[in-house]
Design a binder for this molecule. Sequence first.
Ligand code: 13P
Length: 381
Amino acid sequence: MTLTTEQTKAPAFELQPYKSLEDEVLLERIEKVRAEMDPRLLILGHHYMQDQVIAQADLRGDSYRLSALAAEDEDCEAIVFCGVHFMAETADILANRPERLAGRGGRRVCVSLPDADAGCSLADMLDIEQVEDCWRQLAEVIDIDDVTPITYINSKAALKAFCGRHGGIVCTSANAAAALDWALKRRDHALFFPDQHLGRNTARTMGFTPERMPVWNPREFELGGNTREAIVQSRVILWRGHCGIHQMFRVEDVDRFRARYPDIKVIVHPECKMEVVDKADVSGSTGQIIRAIEESPPGTRWAVGTELNMVNRLRHEHPEQEIYFLSSMVAVCPTMFRIDLAHLCWSLENLAAGTPVNVVRVDDETARWALKALKRMLEVK
Ligand code: 13P
């Protein structure tokens, strides 16, 4: 699926020839643009990037940290986002928020995504119309002013704007508990979308039982497949969405590792199913997983349940630890994997030539409301 990006001028360079260049050539040319454009250029990289790509990032992080970095940077003129579309949208909203624009005399930071097809299957599972329909139906059963919408950052900007408009918040896997706590302190119910697993795992740690967490299935005609009573007694209504990659980790994988290495520590991303998170020792965002491993005593055995590129890199960067990939399947995020050296070099050379490609630009009205929910996300601890 090609996502919405802007192209105001025809690109100076076409993509195709870059695909047949050797890596050494691409690296040399990337380095040249970086040197020429420094410090006006900021390359951000998500932990799921391939090794060669992440090595070119000025800064790397999980979704939370990358949002904070885009919000903080005051000097750059362009961000090339080595990640997926919702991350670039978030960077555009934060880097071009009104106070920052005013400080720069109206000049926008250009945010570009090296491959316009780098989306997120979880974010693509949910459209604004579906949430609006759900909201209308909920209003017939409970006081809608008593519901806080929370969107996981893996969602389209229009969903973030919905949360901004309705007194809601954005969360990432790094601060979901704080965001849900914030939401439920203000109102009796929360509507959590689009990842049911992150919502369930988080609500569980706050003591909520499954009866208080009905699942809203947008394919069901009435009340997302729930009874009125289930909605009335709910605290957290979970949207029926998921990340396909994290569903590959199974309880049997955890059991297999524990049987082989009784002292092993299992760490997983909270997008995994609840049964898997329950069996793990720790769960956390990609950044939190990396930190836990870095801070553990040398010689610790870990089985890690998140995207393969990141786990392989952890293994190489931390030979002092014994790191295993939790699944026997190849859990690579195919959309993150789209960003390669050829796309990065192509986007950088076009940027330097004044014809940026795949510019991600959220319209002003959507950005204005989404910013409210994103600011709340950055404020809650
Ligand atoms: P993080 O917030 O941990 O970086 O996760 C992002 C993501 O897309 C996981 O699938």
